[in-house]
Design a protein around this ligand. Structure first.
Ligand SMILES: Cc1cc2nc3c(=O)[nH]c(=O)nc-3n(C[C@H](O)[C@H](O)[C@H](O)COP(=O)(O)O)c2cc1C
Length: 306
């Protein structure tokens, strides 16, 4: 079975996966973070297997899916893709999985499924497309439909001459201004695949893997909050929970947002611990602050190049 065939059936099962997750306790803290990895037409796409391996080593419970542009697939053989044991979705899958009204739309399914997106490598072409709001393939449709509250990490990789073209900084700047939930892991300087030496090589896989997991966990916690499973008790140190019993209010006088449904679910301290691990900070008397769009420096820079 080719990766594409494999993936078409996988694409169709996305909705069922979501439904299943909801039925199985409805508690996203009981699942692993869902990370959508994307590759574009840079030779650094060959690092996808290594990236997946490192991410899984850091967090075995992580749920992964890959979106590859058509150009990107030139750098990975079908055998390699199949051996990853990860669904790999391509532009063709959008239309293979949609035949008539009512069928799931793949880029929306993926957008709803993932807690975070990491584009590694991000080539000059897709950088330009994102900065200009274009959405002419599966990846750019996912990114155009992506929620403003959830994280996206972009890892540019290109020849030095391409990187130094003024459009790179213009497009990067535009994305930072328009899409504050998008962050960059800047490329590094080294001998590139084309033989040139200079800035433009994708950041080290270990750095990308670590950040990918951080943002996926954060995205999961934000989604949890947005879905109403975690609510903030205003005015006291209490935390309240709702459907699924995310948190039990232990205080008097807390906002009654969802005090009425605190049945079931793991114990309060276990859930608090999970959220803190996901990047939330306990704000004392004010309770948890509502999740903010991610760190707005939009930078994780192994070697500052701009
Ligand atoms: C062998 C080869 C390597 C390439 N490497 C890069 C690269 O590292 N970075 C880049 O921006 N473009 C690179 N390109 C050009 C892109 O593949 C090309 O712009 C393509 O249209 C990108 O399509 P996509 O953004 O839909 O993946 C390369 C092209 C070839 C043929």
């Amino acid at each position: 079975m080719s990766p594409v065939q494999h993936e078409s059936s996988n694409a169709l099962s996305l909705q069922r996966t979501n439904e299943h997750a909801t039925k199985e306790g409805g508690n996203s803290l009981s699942r692993g973070p869902r990370l959508l990895l994307a590759t574009t037409g840079s030779v650094a796409s060959i690092k996808l297997p290594l990236l997946i391996k490192e991410i899984r080593q850091l967090e075995p419970r992580v749920e992964l899916k890959v979106v590859s542009t058509d150009s990107s697939t030139h750098f990975l053989s079908s055998d390699e893709l199949e051996s990853l044991n990860v669904p790999v979705l391509r532009d063709k899958d959008e239309w293979d999985s949609w035949k008539r009204m009512g069928d799931p739309v793949l880029h929306i399914e993926l957008r709803n499924w993932a807690d975070a997106v990491v584009v590694a490598p991000l080539d000059a072409n897709t950088l330009a497309k994102i900065a200009n709001g274009l959405c002419d393939n599966l990846l750019t449709c996912v990114l155009r439909a992506w929620p403003a509250s959830l994280p996206v990490v972009l890892c540019p990789a290109m020849n030095t001459a391409m990187y130094q073209n003024p459009f790179t900084s213009r497009h990067t700047q535009t994305i930072k201004e328009v899409l504050p939930n998008f962050e960059f892991i800047d490329p590094v300087s080294k001998r590139l695949a084309c033989g040139d030496t200079g800035v433009g090589a994708m950041a080290p896989v270990s750095i990308i893997a670590e950040r990918a997991l951080e943002v996926a966990k954060k995205g999961m916690a934000i989604k949890e909050h947005e879905e109403g499973k975690l609510s903030v008790a205003a005015g006291t140190s209490g935390i309240v929970g709702n459907a699924g019993g995310a948190f039990a209010d232990t205080s008097e006088g807390g906002d009654e947002i969802s005090k009425s449904s605190t049945k079931g679910g793991p114990p309060l301290d276990e859930r608090m611990k999970a959220l803190i691990e996901c990047g939330f900070e306990w704000a004392g008397a004010g309770g948890f602050p509502p999740p903010q769009p991610l760190d707005n420096g939009n930078h994780a820079s192994p070697a500052k190049t701009q």
